[in-house]
Design a protein around this ligand. Structure first.
Ligand code: AGP
Length: 618
C-alpha cells in the first residue's frame, strides 16, 4: 500500500506535503516524491529511499507554489528506484499524477498508448495511467481523468495536477482509500489524502470518497461527483456528503485503530494471505503460477535437492516448507540456519536450489548464506516481502509474499505470507512431479477458503484473553507439535519469548520423553498443537504423559474435536483444512496468545527490548 497527500490553498505546498509524507511513512517507505504547481508550470522532485532522502533533495532544489501532490511508495510492481517513484508525468510534464493501487490492464493500455507514440520512462502501471489521461485531455482535466478511468481495470486512489488546467487538483477513488480534508473555519484550503494521518495537524473535518467518485479541489472548496457522470454530453451529477469529524489521535490512526501494529498485522492476515495468492492460483489446471520463477523453472524442475536458508521466524517457515516439499513434491530438502550455513563447509551438489526466505530481504546472515551458495555454484531463489531488497535482487529468481509493510518487530503476517507462498510453491512443483489435477484442484479449493478460515480463528480473542490472564505470570512455557506443527510450536515459543520475555521452548511432541518431560509440573504450562491430522493419536498420548505429571495443557484443536478437548485444561479450536495449509491456521492463536500475555505484562509489544526489525549485522 502507498500513501498520497495533496494540498491546494494559500500556503506554500512543499512543507505541508513533506510533513504529510512523514505521517504516511508507515504505509510504505521505499521511495517518495512530490509535484508542486506555480505560474511557471509543475516542478517534480522524487527519490528512492526514505522521506529523508527527498527532504535532502528539496533542501537543495526547493519547489515553490501553493498547489501540490505527494506520494510515498511501497513497491509491488517495479523496483523501488527513483524513476519508478511517483509522481508520474505526461503531456511533456504538463500533467502529474500520484496513485495508490494496481492497474490490472496496464500492459494492454501500454501497448495501445505506444501506438499513439507515447514514450515510457518507467516500468510502472501508474505511468500508463498518466499517459492515458494525457492523450484524452481536451482542455478539461476532470473530464480527461473520468474518460481515462472508464478504460481502467483495477484499483486506484489518485490525484492529478495539470499546468494546462491550473488551480485545481482532480482526485478519484476505486478500491483504495481516499478522503478530502476541509480547512477549519476561517482558512481557505483543501487537502486530499489516503487516510487522516497526514492532515490531522491541519483539520479534523473530512469527507470520505466512495468507489466510483471523483472530486475537483480548488482553494475555496470542492465539487464531488460520480465518475460516470462526467461525459461532456451528459449533465454532471454532483454529490452532497456529510462532513465527518476525526476524534482519533495520530498514533491510533497509523495503527488503524489498533493499540499496537502487531495486533493490526495479526488481523490483516486474511487480506495479506489473499494478496500472497492474488493472480497465482489456477483453478482449472489445479496448480499455481509464480511468474518470478520463470528464469529458473527448468532448474527447479530438474532439482534433486532444495536447501532452505533463513533466520528466526523465516527459518520456522523454511521448516514447514521442508514438510510440504518432501510430502507433496517428493524433493529432498534440507533446512539450514543461515548463520551456520555460511560458516561451515556445506556440500552443495549439482542440481541443488538454495532458497533464501526473508521478510526484510536484508538480514545479514541470510544474505551471506545466499552469496556463499552462489559462490559454490547453486541456483538461488528468494521468498521475500520487501520488493527490490538486496536478497530479492541477488537471487536468480523468486516470489514476493506481498504482505505489505510489517512494522511490528515480531513477525506475524509475513510468516503466514511465507507459508502461503511455500504452499503455492509446493503445489506448483508437486503438479509437475506426480500430483494429479484432481488433487491439485483440492489444494486450490482449500487455498480459496483459507482467508475466511483465518478470519474465523481471529474471533477467538476472548477465549485467549482468559488463558493469558491465567498464565501471564508463569516464568516458563513449553510448546509441542508434530509434523509440520513442530515448526509452529517453535514459532509460538519464539513469539512469546521475544515480546513477553517469558522463557519458552518449542519441541517435537515425541521428543518430550527424551528430557523436557523432567520440566513438567503444575507450574509449567504446555501449549500443544493437536489438529485432527495423521499424527493426532500420538499427540493425544503426549498430552496424557503431561497430564500424568500434573502439567497444565493448552491445546489447539480442530473444530468438532471431542477427544483431546476432554483431557486438557484449555482448548482453542481452529477450522480444519487440508494438512498442507493447517499450520497457517494453528499459528494464529499462538500469535494472539503471545500478544495478549505481553500486553498484560506491560511489554513494549511493537519494539521489544534488544530486538530490531531487520538484523542487518552479524
Ligand atoms: C521474528 O518475529 C523475529 N523478528 C526475527 O526472528 C526475524 O524473523 C528474523 O530476524 C529474520 O528476519 P527476516 O525474515 O527479515 O530475514
Amino acid at each position: 500500500m502507498c500513501g498520497i497527500i495533496g494540498y491546494i490553498g494559500s500556503q506554500e505546498a512543499m512543507p505541508l506535503l513533506v510533513e504529510g509524507l512523514k505521517r504516511l511513512e508507515y504505509r510504505g517507505y521505499d521511495s517518495a516524491g512530490l509535484a508542486v504547481q506555480n505560474a511557471s508550470g509543475i516542478g517534480i522532485r522524487k527519490s528512492a529511499g526514505k522521506i529523508v532522502r527527498l527532504e535532502e533533495l528539496l533542501s537543495e532544489h526547493p519547489l515553490h507554489g501553493t498547489v501540490g501532490i505527494a506520494h510515498t511508495r511501497w513497491a509491488t510492481h517495479g523496483a523501488p528506484t527513483t524513476p519508478n517513484a511517483h509522481p508520474h508525468v505526461s503531456l511533456n510534464g504538463e500533467l502529474a499524477l500520484v496513485h495508490n493501487g494496481i492497474i490490472e490492464n496496464a500492459d494492454l493500455l501500454r501497448r495501445k498508448l505506444a501506438e499513439l507514440d507515447c514514450e515510457f520512462q518507467t516500468e510502472t502501471d501508474t505511468e500508463v495511467l498518466a499517459h492515458l489521461i494525457g492523450t484524452l485531455y481536451e482542455g478539461n482535466l476532470e473530464q480527461a481523468v473520468a474518460a481515462a478511468l472508464t478504460q481502467v481495470e483495477g484499483t486506484y486512489g489518485l490525484a492529478v495536477l495539470s499546468s494546462a488546467d491550473p488551480g485545481k487538483i482532480v482526485v478519484a477513488r476505486q478500491g483504495a482509500p481516499l478522503l478530502l480534508g476541509l480547512a477549519e473555519d476561517g482558512d481557505q484550503a483543501m487537502f486530499v489524502a489516503s487516510d487522516v494521518a497526514p492532515i490531522l495537524g491541519h483539520t479534523r473535518k473530512v469527507v470520505y470518497l466512495d468507489d466510483g467518485e471523483l472530486a475537483v479541489l480548488r482553494g475555496d472548496g470542492y465539487a464531488l461527483m460520480d465518475v460516470g457522470s462526467l461525459d461532456p454530453a451528459e449533465p454532471t451529477r454532483f454529490i452532497e456528503k456529510e462532513i465527518s469529524r476525526i476524534t482519533w489521535d495520530l498514533g491510533k490512526i497509523e495503527r488503524g485503530g489498533f493499540p499496537h501494529f502487531m495486533l493490526k498485522e495479526i488481523f490483516e492476515q486474511p487480506a495479506t494471505i489473499r494478496d500472497a495468492m492474488r493472480g497465482r492460483v489456477l483453478e482449472e489446471e489445479g496448480t499455481a503460477r509464480l511468474g518470478g520463477l520463470h528464469g529458473i523453472f527448468d532448474r527447479l524442475n530438474s532439482a534433486q535437492r532444495i536447501i532452505f536458508t533463513a533466520c528466526g521466524t523465516s527459518w520456522h517457515a523454511a521448516l514447514v516448507g521442508e514438510y510440504l516439499l518432501e510430502e507433496y513434491a517428493r524433493i529432498p530438502v534440507e533446512v539450514e540456519y543461515a548463520s551456520e550455513f555460511r560458516y561451515r563447509n556445506p556440500v552443495i551438489p549439482e542440481h541443488t536450489v538454495v532458497v533464501a526466505i526473508s521478510q526484510s530481504g536484508e538480514t545479514a546472515d541470510t544474505l551471506a548464506a545466499l552469496r556463499e551458495a552462489k559462490r559454490r555454484g547453486a541456483t538461488t531463489m528468494g521468498i521475500v516481502n520487501v520488493v527490490g531488497s538486496t536478497i530479492a535482487r541477488e537471487t536468480d529468481g523468486g516470489v514476493y509474499t506481498h504482505t505489505g509493510p510489517e512494522i511490528g518487530v515480531a513477525s506475524t503476517k509475513a510468516f503466514t505470507g511465507q507459508l502461503t507462498v511455500l504452499s503455492l510453491f509446493a503445489l506448483l512443483l508437486a503438479r509437475r512431479r506426480g500430483m494429479s489435477i484432481l488433487q491439485g484442484r483440492e489444494v486450490v479449493s482449500a487455498l480459496r477458503e483459507l482467508p475466511g478460515k483465518v478470519e474465523a480463528v481471529l474471533q477467538s480473542q476472548e477465549q485467549l484473553e482468559r488463558i493469558a490472564e491465567a498464565y501471564a505470570d508463569h516464568p516458563n512455557f513449553l510448546y509441542l507439535g508434530r509434523g509440520a506443527h513442530f515448526p509452529i510450536a517453535l514459532e509460538g515459543a519464539l513469539k512469546l519469548k521475544e515480546i513477553s520475555y517469558i522463557h519458552a521452548e518449542g519441541y517435537p511432541a515425541a521428543e518430550m520423553k527424551h528430557g523436557p518431560i523432567a520440566l513438567i509440573d503444575e507450574a509449567m504450562p504446555v501449549v500443544v498443537l493437536g489438529p485432527d491430522d495423521s499424527v493426532y493419536p500420538k499427540v493425544v498420548s503426549n498430552v496424557e504423559e503431561v497430564k500424568a505429571r500434573g502439567g497444565k495443557v493448552i491445546a489447539v484443536v480442530s473444530e468438532g474435536d471431542s477427544h483431546l478437548r476432554n483431557k486438557v485444561d484449555h482448548v482453542i479450536s481452529v477450522p480444519s483444512t487440508i494438512e498442507m495449509l493447517q499450520p497457517i491456521l494453528t499459528v494464529l492463536p499462538l500469535q494472539l496468545l503471545a500478544y495478549l500475555i505481553a500486553v498484560r505484562r506491560g511489554c513494549p509489544v511493537d519494539q521489544p527490548r534488544n530486538l530490531a526489525k531487520s538484523v542487518t549485522v552479524e
